[in-house]
Design a protein around this ligand. Sequence first.
Ligand code: 18C
Length: 253
Amino acid sequence: AVPVSTIVSKSNDDNSESNGKHRLTDDVERIVQEHLQYVREDVSNGWDLIHQDGEMKVYRREVEENGIVVDPLKCFHTIKGVTGHEICRYFWEFQYRMEWETTLDSTKIIEALDPDTVIFFQLHKRVWPAAQRDSCFWSHIRCISHSDEDQPTWLVVNYTTPHPLAPIKSPQVRLVANVALICETIISEPPLDPKDIKRENIQCKLTYVAFVNPGGWVPSAALRGVAKREYPRFLKRFTSYVVEQTRNKPILF
Ligand code: 18C
């Protein structure tokens, strides 16, 4: 028989206890709820439109903390032919990351907390003259159902966390990220039978928000320049990638 003390200590360390909770469950819940509130706030006050390309709009607010640029970013986009679930799935899944992410040298999963929540460790491309950045964050995907008739909202949140398997090693600098991708699916002229819905009848309304602290001083103008170039580039490349990948596949609602 296993001594009771062993069972207790095992269940304390275990990430997938029988109630489905893990050590970051409460944090994940709190941050998801914050994003669901924040996504409704509009961008009329204090936000600058820094890029527009067709349906894509990228806004930012200039904010510095202790002389470090931490500008919040908010992007809106509408993509034809894909669902919110598809967009979120390709953003969250490890296996596609290096196919659309152009700012990374490497990515790996260092822990799986539950089927919808994993911890990533990533090494970002170095931008001269700044030090190379790395990041360690939990990444959570979720479907939020409003009613049986409506299409659900899908969301992914990436949120910085420390991890024993990802110690900070100089000369790398750990950046701090709080990122959310929130997607709704719109079906135009819905046929009577849901099985008849075609890709031409669907579109995804996407909101992407990012709070990134570079984790150490970087020249403000250089950082703002990189951000202004890289966020629109990411949105364009990532969403076209999902359109290409899903074009001839059954629709994932
Ligand atoms: O959300 C995105 N990707 C996710 C999966 O990887 C995940 C990523 C979170 C981290 C976002 C911050 C990335 C900073 C990268 C720094 C290096 C940029 C290199 C570019 C060189 C070609 O959620 C999509 C993320 C899209 C990232 C756009 C870049 C934003 C720049 C922010 C500045 C950070 C400071 C870096 C030092 C700058 C030096 C001048």
